[in-house]
Design a protein around this ligand. Structure first.
Ligand code: GRF
Length: 211
């Protein structure tokens, strides 16, 4: 029997703030037998996040935890990671999550994010969604893409796991570029999650190795 047949799916919690498209992509991959993760919990930072319905489709419990109900980023993060721990999540997946998190010791290098750009440019607070793509178009770049990275306590800063580039044309708008990057994201994020689930991702400092 191969490792693939004996290995249990990696228990994950997925955190969302927006449409939940990224969560839906994860669910579709799991349903198609192409991603060995078990979505144990979905946490939304707002009750407006439509992704909560995708959680139901994945038979995952969901919770809404709103930043303004907490005094600080620390207490907010504590509540979120306590819920992840309770759900048995070994990896926390930020899938369009927009709030700052303070990662506790037991979740260091166990939180991953996807950013719709090639880090380390066009990133940090305020660079999300269309703001990123508009900034890239205004700058006149010829390449865009996405980055899957581990999360530390700064926006878009942790070690890079995987990047995918896409071309930018002079005819692109923020909308056309966003859809091209999102297509790349839909391949890159599950690929990175699968590598982690297979135990093939190791780190030396901020250098990530895939074996
Ligand atoms: C993606 O562009 C991703 O790069 C970023 O959030 C977007 C997905 O959000 N982190 P959503 O799934 O549409 O809410």
């Amino acid at each position: 029997m191969s490792d693939g047949e004996t290995r249990k799916p990696l228990p994950v919690a997925v955190l969302i703030s927006g449409t939940g498209r990224t969560l839906k992509n994860i669910n579709d991959r799991v349903a198609g037998g192409r991603l060995d993760v078990d979505v144990r919990l979905v946490i939304a930072s707002t009750s407006m996040a439509t992704g909560v319905q995708y959680a139901t489709e994945a038979n995952a419990p969901s919770r809404v935890l709103v930043r303004k109900d907490f005094d600080s980023d620390e207490s907010y993060s504590e509540a979120i990671f306590a819920a992840c721990r309770e759900a048995g999540a070994e990896l926390v997946v930020l899938a369009g999550w927009l709030k700052l998190l303070v990662v506790p010791d037991d979740y260091q290098n166990r939180v991953v994010n996807i950013h719709p750009w090639l880090l380390p440019s066009f990133c940090g607070q305020g660079y999300y969604g269309h703001h990123v793509h508009q900034a890239a178009i205004d700058y006149g770049v010829k390449l865009s893409g996405c980055t899957v990275h581990f999360v530390d306590n700064e926006y878009d800063h942790g070690p890079v796991i995987l990047q995918r580039a896409v071309p930018v044309s002079h005819e692109d708008t923020a909308d056309t570029l966003a859809s091209r990057v999102f297509e790349a994201e839909c391949e890159a994020f599950p690929e990175a999650l699968q590598l982690i689930a297979e135990g093939r991702v190791t780190m030396a400092g901020r250098i990530v190795q895939v074996t």
